[in-house]
Design a protein around this ligand. Sequence first.
Ligand code: PAZ
Length: 326
Amino acid sequence: MDSRNGPEAPQESNVKSFFNSAPPLRDGDLICNKLKEFMDRISLSSENGSPVRVVCVTSGGTTVPLEQRCVRYIDNFSSGHRGAASTEYFVKAGYAVIFVYRRGSCQPYCRYLPQDSFLEFFDLTEDSTIQVYCILQVCQSHATMVKKAIRDYRKAVEEGLLLKIPFTTIFEYLQILQMVAKSMSWTATRGMFYLAAAVSDFYVPWESMAEHKIQSAAGPLDMRLTQVPKMLSVLRKEWAPSAFCISFKLETDPGILLQKADMAMRKYGMHVVVANELATYKEEVIIVTKGRRTAVRRHNKETDLEEQLVYLLDEMHYEYIKQGGA
Ligand code: PAZ
């Protein structure tokens, strides 16, 4: 029910109470200024003579803190690889990208850098004449890849096509998503949301959360988690009604995956739902649209599935803009 005509619908009041009780973003003003600067620059640029398209890519998993002075939290498996890889292909396709990512997750143009053997990437040459002086250089075997990554990254940043905004908790993520959506409203149908982040379904409301570290002396822990309000429909209906919206659906049970993807399309009004299964998500996804399912498979270990995925979504978005959105 519309709140103007009577009492608030439960969903509407859940959304309000989520935002009212969430701890305010520590760097909210900074993010707001960065978004404004980015959008001002983008609004003056063009892509082959047409206004630039803008995509918000979300990436990595949100955490659910269990204590206000957080020692423990609930997390999920997402590495951020999909969002980081997709960002590179969106920039390549001419989009300006706002990359909303989990702190410490995979980054665009850095996906190939080793995480646990980072130091193996470098050679060190000591200069015997000056004891403290040494030259650090990338090993020959990795030089081509690193040079390309640096060039592509700098190009994206210098051309003003990449803005990165980090989050950790579910509270930060949803507040940032709302800010980004509002700052993109002027892009209308040229805006896109590509929501690849793995967002918590349950959380502990801030006001009912323990302030200090939960003590084990009291015995087993009973904790009630509240459902995170379904923000996809709010995004679609209120924050960004003209944007082209793509959400992702992950399941472990292949028997319910497509049914859940269809439901997300209907219930939240998504234009596209990308369905994937935990066991195979790196190799295969299914693009679900109204009345159509298209499987996208990775060709081989040297290629990225995201390259094909972004290519197809870019075409769909182009068509959506041509038709004035719907
Ligand atoms: O981040 P990653 O590359 O490890 O994984 C990507 C993914 C599986 C989290 C993404 O494709 C996805 O399905 N995101 C939505 C998950 C959900 O249903 O909430």
